[in-house]
Write a protein that binds this ligand. Structure first.
Ligand SMILES: *Cc1c(COP(=O)(O)O)cnc(C)c1O
Length: 218
């Protein structure tokens, strides 16, 4: 039977080919938020190792046991982080895509030091400057990335964005790529079920795909 995962994998391969990018250059993050272990198992058994969750507490409930069974799981936090959860997030996740203010950068830096952990860190950019959305504003991104590196001593790997849902995504992906280029960052976390091919055409290195793999969330 062809699974959602198989279909997404082949669509990613086709998009890599169309963009003349090397096969395997795009990392698929399977976004498993709201789905329980029984739904996640078959996807792990099909060889998927990179997963994304948007809430620390939900991830704490299901991932420690899953990680015990499959030690090479690569778990990414893709939702907003509160500073009082920084310790738990640094302990559980292998990557955090939502670094977006000094308070969080400072808390993450402190926990990385205290726990002796290594994590991939990305700065979230609010490319649509939406009031309700997390992320640093595009015009403040360069200075914030610089502060993460110099003031907070963090290694920033790349940038992440969630475009406004009622606008074409491409201009937002292009803007994120432009900011990454001028700040010298190589990872671009962009593209979800509805638009990951567009994101790959514009340079995404990490696509975050939920419903196209797991089905509609309840
Ligand atoms: C839920 C979520 C996704 C996945 O969305 P789908 O449309 O189900 O693919 C990607 N990124 C973030 C930040 C999310 O919260």
């Amino acid at each position: 039977m062809t699974s959602g995962l198989d279909i997404v994998r082949s669509r990613i391969a086709a998009a890599e080919g169309d963009a003349a990018r090397p096969p395997g250059s795009v990392r698929l993050i399977a976004v498993s938020k709201t789905f329980d272990a029984d739904t996640i198992f078959p996807v792990i058994n099909a060889g998927q190792r990179v997963f994304g969750e948007n809430r620390v507490q939900e991830a704490q409930g299901k991932w420690p046991a899953l990680k015990d069974r499959t030690p090479d799981i690569d778990l990414h936090l893709i939702g907003p982080l509160q500073s009082n959860k920084a310790g738990a997030a640094v302990a559980l996740f292998d990557a955090i895509h939502t670094v977006d203010r000094d308070k969080i950068a400072r808390a993450i830096a402190k926990e990385i030091e205290r726990q002796g952990r290594r994590l991939r860190l990305l700065v979230q950019v609010n490319t649509g400057a939406e009031a309700q959305k997390a992320g640093v504003l595009p015009q403040e991104a360069d200075a914030f990335v610089a502060r993460c590196q110099s003031t907070h001593g963090l290694t920033i790997d790349g940038l992440m964005c969630i475009p406004p849902f009622d606008e074409p995504a491409a201009p937002h992906f292009a803007l994120l790529a432009k900011i990454a280029k001028r700040t010298g960052l190589r990872s671009l976390s962009m593209g979800m079920s509805a638009d990951f091919e567009t994101a790959i055409a514009l340079g995404a290195t990490d696509v975050r795909v939920g419903s196209a793999i797991f089905g509609v969330r309840g």
